[in-house]
Ligand binder design. Sequence first.
Ligand code: SF4
Length: 194
Amino acid sequence: MAISDREMAELTRLHTPQKLDPFKGVKKLPLEEYFTSGHRTCQGCESALVMKLMVKAAGPRTIVLGSTGCMYVANTTYYSTAWVVPWMHTQLGSSGSAALGAAAALRALIRKKKIKDEPINVIAFCGDGGGADMGLSAISATLTHPEYNCLILMYDNESYANTDIQLSGSTPYGAHTTFSPPGSKKRIMHHRWK
Ligand code: SF4
């Protein structure tokens, strides 16, 4: 169904992206942290750093949706979380549909005047297993709806790292994973790589 000019103007009005000052230099970074202590990622985890900087750039008016993966399991241990902004877990392959649904729900709430009309970021993240493999169709469908204001961020650690380093759609050719072991054939049962 085609959207009329008036409807598109209304959708755009409801989805004006937040205008944030660009950070030029480390000294300009805000001191506020919205992803802080309380997570249990591996020491030096690059994905945790991505979360920290992603939400620092987005600011406090942000809703984060996280599909199953390292950044879900390690960041939301029972009674403990590193997230300061609202955060919700979504099913492994559904970061695209969760982002679209949350953005549509916000738009409906604003239109019905249930919440204040202000820009709110909706950011869904996924690993490469949830984004480049299982969730590709949901992300593809979300990209066909530019009228909704949402962002999907895939942190690519080149494997299903949370479940023992299995091969994902973005694992480089020749990489050593539990599903692509190098060398001669051998039984891999009862042997952990992590
Ligand atoms: S396995 Fe998960 S928690 Fe550990 S470094 Fe990799 S992405 Fe981070």
